[in-house]
Design a protein. Sequence first.
Length: 401
Amino acid sequence: MSSKARKVMKHGKKGSAMGEARGITPGGRRSIWQAVKPKKLTYRHYFGGAALLLIILQLLTGLYMIFYYEPGLKDTYKTVQYFNNETTLGALTRNIHRYGAFFLAMAVFIHFWRMYFRRDYQGGRKWNWITGVILSMITAGFLISGAILPWEWKGYWMMEMFNNWLKVIPVFGEDLYTFFMLAYTPSRNFAIHDIILPLLAFILLEIHCLSRLRSRGFADYLVRQLFAILPLVAAIVAMSVIFPVPTEDPQVIPFPMEGQFIPAPEWYFVSFLLPYWYFPPRDWHMYLFWIPFILLLLAFALPFLNKRKSKAQREAIPRKWRTVMKLLYVGTGGTICVLLVVGLVWGSYKAPWMGCNCCHNTAMGIRMGIPPVTYKDTNRNPLLLDNRWMIRHWYEPQVVW
């Protein structure tokens, strides 16, 4: 056999192998299973794609809700109630959007730490890491502004607590607090949640992953990943049906849980307010601003501080010191990750998500039900301006009142 014939045969076998890897049969067709089966379905490659598809799910459900949502100080929650109770698949759509936000936050959290422990920010992927850190912050912005959108007592409480958190920012804190208290309305919150944040997210996603995925075949990736996240989608739908968000009249019970431990994805926000309960006021700046700020700066600087080393550079470092460096790296990241998880679980467990009227409503009887006449009057009741008292009263109303 000539060398040319052997070369042709070799390329033919290589092409046939590549075709089989892509699911292309000898007849030139691709089997359905080969077209849709997930690739690299491990914890290393799962949660990034899951986060992307959950973002698409949030976009689709959010677009449907936009057609019925009318931001305003008076009737916003009524439009939410109408959408939930009167429109086709309104309740299911709203609850899928609500629980989808929780699973999105979970997927982003796991994806972030997976990239940290694998050091995926090294080499030419530092911009993936930097845009990912910013996307994590934007995800938090989506969660906060989304919790405010319904404008029932829970949303109002969320806005108040967000403004209170701004106070701990050095130098600009009081100015930011005043600005948001005077200018932050449901309509502006709607613009942030549905216009500004989506635009920023799309630009960053283009840099983070979309341009790379298009070069690899975006449609194939979406189909394969969709089959991979079916268990997550099933969990979201199941929780949406079993634990739907209540929609009763906000003047009676804004978010009626009647003291029961009912799963509510918004609970993890409370974890970031735990310092108000456990630490005196002089320490709030440290726990609510300086520690998160320093960790955020380190996250941005990590690709420049911990650069990839060549084999010769690694071998030049003594073996014992390499082991110590690895233990410090894994130990520091692991400690921070564990503390965050413990804080989220502890905050969620300790605080069912209830507003003032969950206890102070006439359905609870005269002794507890009738709200105090000053429960909104900060002039007659200055305790309302004491964040520590408010949080502790919210946690332990039978003790702090």
